[in-house]
Ligand binder design. Structure first.
Ligand SMILES: [Zn+2]
Length: 91
């Protein structure tokens, strides 16, 4: 059985805005870029940079790895805890 969402995603005649709208928010995982985005976010907002540079202090996983914090999330929000073990960095 064909997946209608896949067909829409592949159809070059369908507008990208619409494709993104049905797909939901885009999540790009890039450990280096996400860290840079979070650093910029903290500088711009004069917010404390809670997040570790790569690996969580508690579980040792890279917080920006796939399934963790996306580049988009790092660009738009302050990271205060681990996405995997939920350890808070601001306590
Ligand atoms: Zn963790």
């Amino acid at each position: 059985m064909e997946n209608i969402m896949d067909n829409i995603a592949k159809d070059p005649n369908i507008d990208d805005t619409f494709k993104n709208a049905i797909k939901g928010p885009v999540k790009t995982y890039d450990t280096i870029e996400a860290h840079e985005e979070q650093t910029k976010y903290c500088e711009e907002k004069k917010a404390p940079h809670f997040a570790p540079h790569s690996n969580c202090y508690s579980c040792g996983r890279n917080i920006y790895a796939e399934g963790g914090i996306s580049v988009e999330e790092a660009r738009e929000s302050l990271i205060t805890g681990c996405p995997f073990c939920h350890r808070s960095y601001c306590e």
